[in-house]
Design a protein around this ligand. Structure first.
Ligand SMILES: *Cc1c(COP(=O)(O)O)cnc(C)c1O
Length: 385
C-alpha cells in the first residue's frame, strides 16, 4: 500500500491520537494559490472555519492573504495570527450584536450581510458607534452545487443569503442607510465542489445579476465568489494540491470584470485539507462472524466528517506489511456512527499499528469535541518534529 510521506519514527514516540500537518505541502499549496491569484489580480480570503489552528493561520497570513470569518471568535483568531483587519470579511446568518460590534471596532473590510433584518441592526449599531460599516450583500444565486445536501448553500430555500428577487429591494434599503457603505455582492454556493461547470454556472448567473443592476445604473464595486473548491479525497498521494489553476481560470476567463472592480475568493477546504492527517493507533482487532474490525484510539470526536457527512477519508496503515485484508475501521466512541471506513482493504493490521486518516486538515481539528469526556487531540507540525 502506498502511504503518504510521514516521519514514522518520530510518530512512534508520540501518544496518539494527534493531528499531523505537512507544512511543506501547505506552503507549496499557498505558493500555488498566490501565483494563480496574482496572475488575475484576484484576492483570496482564507476561510478560517476550515482550520483555525494558530500555526496554520500564521503560515497562511504570512503569504499576504485575507481571512473570511463566520464568528467573532474567528475574527479574533485571524487578527491574532496576523491577518490585517482591512482584509477580513465576515459572513454568517446569525451575527450577534457583540460580534458585530467587534467587527466595527476593528474596522474589518466587510460584513457579508445575509438578510434585511441583519442589515438594519448593523446600521443601528454603526450609528451608535458613530462609524460606517462596509457591507456586501450575500446573494443566494440559486445554483446547484451538486454536492452533499448538508454542505450545499446556494439553492433557493436556504437560510443563507438574500434571494435574487429581494436583492434590489434590500440594496435600495442599504443605500439609504447613512452608516453603511455598500461594497458589492457576495456568493458562496457550497463546499467540496469538484465539477468546474458548477463554478461556470455561478459566474454566468453573477454576470446576469451584474447586468441587471447596471441596467438600473448601479455598478458593483466588488464581487466575492466565496469558496467551495473540492479536493480529491480518494488519491491524496497522487494529487496533493487541488486544481487551483483550473478553478481560477474559470473566473479569469468568464468574469466580465468592470474597471477597478475587486474580485474576491474565500477558499478554505482546498487550502488546508490535504496537508493534515489524523494519526491514530490500533487498539484491537476484533474478529466478528463476517466482519473484521480495526478499533482505533481516534474516534468521531477527533474527526467527525465520516459520521456527519458520510465523508470518505483514505486510511493508511503506516506499519503494514503487504498482504491485505478487509476491515471496518472504527473508533472507540459509544455511537454506532463512529465509523471511519467500511470494508477497507488494509495490510494485515495488528494492535499498535499507526493508522493515518488522510486529507483531514479541513473541518477536522476545528470540529473536534470532548464527547465521552475525551481530551482534544494535540497537533504536530512537520517542521517541528
Ligand atoms: C465555509 C465557507 C467558505 C469556505 O468553503 P470551503 O468549501 O471550505 O472552500 C467560504 N465562504 C463562506 C461564506 C463559508 O461559509
Amino acid at each position: 500500500m502506498m502511504t503518504g510521506n510521514f516521519p514514522t519514527d518520530a510518530f512512534q514516540r508520540l501518544e496518539t491520537p494527534f493531528y499531523y500537518y505537512d507544512i511543506d505541502l501547505l506552503r507549496k499549496t499557498l505558493e500555488t494559490i498566490k501565483a494563480e491569484t496574482d496572475r488575475y489580480g484576484f484576492e483570496e480570503h482564507y476561510a478560517v472555519k476550515a482550520n483555525a489552528n494558530p500555526q496554520i493561520l500564521k503560515t497562511i497570513a504570512s503569504y499576504g492573504f485575507g481571512a473570511d470569518c463566520v464568528s467573532g471568535g474567528e475574527i479574533e483568531a485571524a487578527l491574532e495570527a496576523g491577518f490585517p483587519a482591512d482584509k477580513i470579511v465576515y459572513a454568517g446568518v446569525g451575527k450577534s450584536d457583540k460580534e458585530i460590534l467587534l467587527g466595527l471596532k476593528n474596522q474589518i473590510a466587510c460584513f457579508n450581510v445575509e438578510s434585511e433584518a441583519e442589515l438594519l441592526i448593523i446600521e443601528e449599531l454603526a450609528a451608535r458607534q458613530n462609524c460606517k460599516a462596509r457591507i456586501a450583500l450575500r446573494v443566494n444565486p440559486n445554483v446547484d452545487a451538486h454536492t452533499h445536501a448538508k454542505i450545499t448553500t446556494g439553492l433557493q430555500e436556504n437560510k443563507f443569503g438574500i434571494n435574487m428577487e429581494q436583492l434590489e429591494e434590500v440594496l435600495a434599503i442599504a443605500k439609504r442607510c447613512s452608516h453603511l457603505e455598500w461594497t458589492g455582492l457576495h456568493f458562496h454556493i457550497g463546499s467540496q465542489i469538484t465539477d468546474m461547470t458548477v463554478f461556470q454556472s455561478l459566474v454566468i448567473r453573477v454576470m446576469e445579476i451584474q447586468d441587471a443592476l447596471e441596467a438600473k445604473g448601479i455598478t458593483v464595486p466588488n464581487l466575492n465568489f466565496g469558496g467551495g473548491l473540492g479536493i480529491d479525497y480518494q488519491h491524496p498521494n497522487h494529487l496533493p494540491i487541488a486544481d487551483f489553476e483550473g478553478y481560477f481560470k474559470v473566473f479569469g476567463t468568464l468574469v466580465n470584470r468592470r474597471a477597478g472592480q475587486g474580485i474576491h475568493f474565500e477558499l478554505g477546504r482546498a487550502v488546508v485539507a490535504p496537508c493534515g492527517s489524523l494519526i491514530s493507533r490500533v487498539l484491537y482487532v476484533k474478529e466478528g462472524v463476517v466482519k473484521r474490525f480495526a478499533i482505533l484510539d481516534a474516534g468521531m470526536t477527533d474527526l467527525v466528517r465520516p459520521a456527519m457527512y458520510d465523508s470518505y477519508h483514505r486510511i493508511e496503515n503506516l506499519n503494514g506489511v503487504e498482504t491485505e485484508a478487509c476491515y471496518d475501521v472504527v473508533g472507540p466512541i459509544c455511537e454506532s456512527s463512529d465509523v471511519f471506513g467500511k470494508d477497507r482493504m488494509l495490510p494485515t493490521t495488528k494492535r499498535g499499528d499507526l493508522i493515518a486518516l488522510r486529507s483531514a486538515g479541513a473541518y477536522g481539528e476545528v470540529m473536534a469535541s470532548q464527547y465521552n469526556r475525551r481530551p482534544l487531540a494535540p497537533s504536530y507540525f512537520s517542521d517541528q518534529l
